[in-house]
Design a protein around this ligand. Structure first.
Ligand code: ATP
Length: 580
């Protein structure tokens, strides 16, 4: 299939804002593939549509930043200044390169137009280039791709390299198109997607007409991480008890989520973003290897424990461990980790459809119990131990007083609050569910992404010191909601400056526009309604709690979350503070 044929349809998709029309155009693409291409082609098209060359679960990026891309564009004859000005005008490097195509050196007229495979395979190859001269080699490959392409194709190649296709298509819309074309209920496809986390694989299987209910590749599988089930905030413990009867309360640990996969002696550990962090936490891997079970997927919270107090150390300490590539043994001594397991998703077979109480029983049979009412003394004795793997502290009750006592005790040992889980609920990957709540003492913090940055003043003049922060809508469009500058240490400002320099897109009116990649967790005094921002809300006195390296732009809060917190805040006062 020619890449041009795909781009022509991308152009049509981009030209409409209507979701249904976008879906119809995508169906055209499926039909075209059916006629001229293969199942493998549709797989590649799906990845490209969402700005990737790898499956989502693989968590691999192309790793070509805007500055390297600009270098490549320069080598084909486009003047840098002109390029930067056109980016400023259009706000889009893809469009800018398309517009300046007449400046590009001509190559032979008899050049064959690039195929879908040419583009996809070359980009995949570029991502694998490592070692000496790798930058130069990458630039060479990119420029030869751009030289071969037509102006419209260049728009999409540039955007694909920047992993932002700007055609307004996301996985739910693609699934919607599949649902119509292949006549399968969308909910069914969504359920499969949540487990495989790979839109290309689903496309390929549908094209091959497999029995999607029974295909082994479409089931939960060890070493293919799944998106975690997420919780909602609940304003009071009473509400949860009214809703669930006798929920399973668990300590909400102040740490970072991990998903552990084990098959015989092979172990892999994934972060919340599904990054493979196995090599950075060898002591946990060792402990899991020694567990007397095979073929399991378990989930838990990894906490840095201060062995003197038994309390958790700052969240950044865990991230320092997860990010670490060198001196791991030294770090191991410095920052002591423990994983509190709270769920089991696979044991010789997928368990996610079982109710939580049955999954917990299986987990307890493997790791032991930690029933707060019965085991409180044992738990308190073990808090300062060097135990590496434990099971979460649990209390199942319909008694509000007891639940509150457990909540306060969880806070007293330094953790965030409690999780409140419906014992009868299955595990729903990738969704923020109403069967698992979190209850914390403060107003919910927000995860936002940096969209612009400004150099600081005075003492902060060498760093970026103020950041425009944005939330997203369901489609993934970003909306600014405030500017934040406080709450960051000098070390963090230095780190942010380095990160921003590597994802810089452009500079307009003294502000640096960046790729939306850095996630911050912020608190604020309150959410206000505001005309200043398109989303209609603004954060009053936002303050950074931490840089959330463990989250990506897909994980940030949505405008709906902001609306929900705004509503809670309005009716807050007494009800919200119950349990304080
Ligand atoms: P937060 O920012 O509040 O940590 P989040 O956005 O990371 O939340 P949520 O689903 O909203 O994720 O909150 C649940 C998180 O709490 C889980 O992702 C997990 O990392 C953590 N957690 C700590 N203890 C537990 C527990 N016992 N059971 C489940 N999750 C727990």
């Amino acid at each position: 299939m020619l890449f041009k044929e795909v781009c022509d349809i991308f152009n049509k998709i981009e030209s409409t804002t209507k979701r249904l029309e976008k879906m119809d155009y995508f169906i055209e693409l499926i039909k075209l593939t059916n006629k001229k291409g293969s199942a493998e082609d549709l797989k590649k098209i799906c990845y490209i549509t969402i700005g990737r060359v790898f499956a989502e679960y693989e968590n691999k990026e192309l790793g070509i930043g805007p500055s390297l891309l600009i270098e490549a564009v320069k080598t084909i004859g486009i003047d840098e200044k002109k390029l930067l000005n056109t980016i400023k005008e259009t706000g889009d490097m893809g469009m800018a390169v398309e517009k300046l195509s007449s400046d590009i050196k001509q190559i032979s007229l008899f050049q064959t137009p690039p195929t879908l495979d040419d583009i996809y395979d070359t980009l995949k190859k570029i991502s694998e280039i490592e070692g000496a001269n790798s930058q130069k080699k990458k630039i060479r490959h990119i420029s030869s791709l751009l030289l071969k392409a037509s102006p419209l194709e260049r728009r999409y190649i540039v955007r694909l390299i920047l992993e932002d296709m700007r055609i307004g298509m996301n996985v739910p819309t693609i699934l919607g198109a599949f649902s119509v074309y292949f006549n399968i209920p969308k909910e069914k496809l969504e359920k499969i997607y949540a487990v495989v986390n790979d839109i290309g694989l689903i496309a390929e299987k549908l094209m091959l007409n497999v029995d999607i209910d029974n295909d082994e590749d479409l089931k939960l599988r060890i070493f293919r991480p799944i998106k975690p089930m997420l919780a909602q905030l609940i304003p009071s413990i009473d509400d949860a008890i009214i809703e669930m009867g006798a929920p399973q309360f668990e300590t909400k640990y102040d740490g970072a989520r991990v998903q552990i996969h084990k098959k015989n002696k092979d172990v892999k550990i994934y972060s919340r973003k599904l990054e493979d962090i196995t090599n950075s936490i060898p002591e946990i891997v060792e402990e899991v290897k020694n567990m007397d079970v095979n073929n399991i997927i378990v989930e838990g919270e990894c906490v840095a424990i201060d062995l003197k107090t038994g309390h958790p150390r700052p969240f950044q300490d865990i991230l320092r461990r997860f990010r670490r590539k060198y001196d791991i043994d030294k770090m191991k001594e410095e920052i002591n980790l423990r994983v509190y397991l709270f769920d089991i998703l696979y044991y010789n077979k997928p368990l996610i459809d079982l109710p939580l109480k049955e999954r917990r029983e299986i987990l307890e049979n493997i790791v032991g119990t930690n029933d707060w009412e019965k085991d409180k003394i044992k738990i308190e004795n073990e808090i300062k131990s060097k135990k590496k793997i434990d099971i979460s502290y649990k209390l199942t009750t319909d008694n509000i007083k007891k639940a509150l006592e457990f909540y306060k005790w969880s806070l007293s040992i330094g953790h965030e609050g409690v999780m409140i889980k419906n014992p009868n609920a299955p595990y729903t990957p990738g969704s923020r569910v109403k069967t698992m709540y979190k209850f914390k003492p403060t107003l919910e913090s927000l995860d936002v992404v940096i969209t612009k940055a400004k150099i600081g003043m005075g003492k902060r003049k060498d760093w970026y010191g103020s950041f425009e922060i944005s939330v997203r809508d369901e489609e993934g469009n970003l909306y600014p909601i405030g500017h934040v500058g406080s709450g960051l240490s000098e070390e963090e400002l230095g780190k942010l400056t380095e990160m921003i320099n590597s994802i810089k897109i452009n500079e307009i009116d003294g502000e640096t526009i960046v790729e939306p990649k850095i996630v911050l967790e912020v608190t604020y005094e309150e959410i206000q309604e505001s005309d200043k921002y398109e989303c209609g809300y603004a954060l009053r006195f936002p303050r950074v709690v931490r840089i959330r390296d463990d989250k990506s732009v897909d994980d940030i809060n949505t405008i709906d979350d902001v609306k929900r917190i705004f509503a809670i805040q309005k009716g807050k006062s007494k009800k919200f503070m119950k349990g304080d």
